[in-house]
Design a protein around this ligand. Structure first.
Ligand SMILES: Nc1nc2c(ncn2[C@@H]2O[C@H](COP(=O)(O)OP(=O)(O)OP(=O)(O)O)[C@@H](O)[C@H]2O)c(=O)[nH]1
Length: 371
């Protein structure tokens, strides 16, 4: 971390030649959101990435300062006692920047340095809702032309996660630690040195019961294989085939790990759908909160994924949702001779599988299109 190459008077330092292919025109830069509860190991992960040799030119945006870390100290460039946004170039080709806001402004500034990096990592603050940040990438069309959301990675503290997850929240409030897991495409259970095998199993089961889709890595000092963290393509249709396979393996959480908790619900229904009516179903669910569970509580979806069959379309269609935003995107995968099946996975609160499935069938299925 002490080998920062920069010109003292310039907040865009002179560049050293870096191995790696320059971006071809029109190529989009992936963004991975790194989230996790306070103290879970996010900064340790970013420090690791910034100091390892990996032949990737990664731009890292940190949006929070703490005390004590070498990385943070090296970044805390002060001007009249104020912290200000500063891009630093590191020996291994990484770019690094610290900002106090949600990081989107920093991405806009970063894009002016296009060609100097080929990946962006954005760390959110420990209590932030990563869904809000993720949603911004979907709605910001201007940014959307240059970058795309690759995935949400949640770092979990093996020692304290269960404590955070079981914390009672006032009625109506979501447990942030659980929400961060619900939204994750990948979770990294860190600090495994601080727990025994039984505790680790229990935590793993809990993570799985919240998010039946998520991939789980386990490590110490946030040392993970970067190829497992980057290029997940969690939100685009490049992952269509993988997603279809993954959805088949997901199971509805049978016993909620906690009362009123976030859990995963999944079902499959054969047939083809009218796109218009499918939109009505999704909007009733995500926007109107029109579906209630047996206790009369409105179902709240945090993350939604699916592969559906739209009447008249030869290709499979991927459904993605984060909070109230969703997208239907045709995948390159063509339906085969086997009967078409719609598979949906919902992660959220107050979800009841049977009621959701009934609603889905009664709202969207065009019986005439069954094949
Ligand atoms: N025992 C142990 N300690 C770890 C491990 N990984 C990180 N730590 C320590 O945990 C503390 C918190 O790590 P950070 O990386 O700062 O966590 P963070 O998620 O960035 O924290 P905030 O920015 O405050 O949200 C530091 O003192 C790390 O040295 C690990 O695998 N085992």
């Amino acid at each position: 971390m002490d080998e920062v190459l920069m010109d003292e008077d310039d907040d865009c330092p002179e560049l050293v030649p870096i191995a790696g292919n320059p971006l071809s025109p029109g190529e989009q830069i992936p963004v991975t959101i790194i989230t996790g509860y306070l103290g879970a190991g996010k900064t340790t992960l970013l420090n690791y990435i910034l100091t390892e040799q990996h032949n990737k030119r990664i731009a890292v945006i940190l949006n929070e300062f703490g005390e004590g870390s070498a990385l943070e100290k090296s970044l805390a460039v002060s001007q009249a006692g104020e912290l200000y946004e500063e891009w630093l170039e590191l020996r291994n080709g990484c770019l690094c920047c610290s900002v106090k806001d949600n990081g989107l402004k920093a991405i806009e500034n970063l894009m002016q340095k296009k060609g100097k990096f080929d990946y962006i990592l954005l760390e959110t603050t420990g209590l932030a809702d990563p869904g809000a940040v993720a949603s911004m990438f979907w709605v910001d069309a201007e940014l959307g032309s240059d970058i795309y959301l690759d995935g949400i990675v949640t770092v979990i503290d093996a020692k304290y996660a269960m404590q955070h997850l079981t914390e009672e929240k006032p009625e109506g409030l979501v447990n942030e630690a659980a929400r961060q897991i619900a939204l994750a495409d990948l979770t990294i259970i860190n600090k495994t040195d601080l727990v025994n095998g039984e505790e680790l199993n229990h935590l793993r089961d809990t993570v799985r019961s919240i998010n039946g889709l998520v991939k789980i890595l386990e490590c110490q000092k946030s040392r993970v294989d970067l190829s497992q963290v980057l290029d997940l393509h969690s939100f685009d249709n490049k992952d269509g085939v993988n997603l279809a396979e993954k959805l088949q393996l997901v199971k509805t959480t049978t016993r909620p790990h906690l009362d009123k908790s976030i859990l995963t619900v999944t079902f499959e229904v054969a047939g083809s759908l009218s796109e218009d009516v499918l939109n009505v179903f999704i909007q009733d669910l995500l926007w109107e909160k029109a579906f209630k569970n047996q206790a009369g509580l409105p179902m709240k979806v945090i993350r939604l994924k699916g592969i559906v069959s739209i009447a008249g379309k030869a290709n499979q269609v991927m459904l993605q949702g984060v909070h109230e935003l969703y997208e239907l995107d045709e995948t390159p995968q063509v339906w085969g001779k086997e009967p078409r099946v719609n598979r949906l996975v919902f992660i959220g609160r107050n979800l009841d599988r049977e009621i959701l499935q009934e609603q889905f069938i009664s709202t969207v299925l065009k019986v005439g299109d069954r094949n």
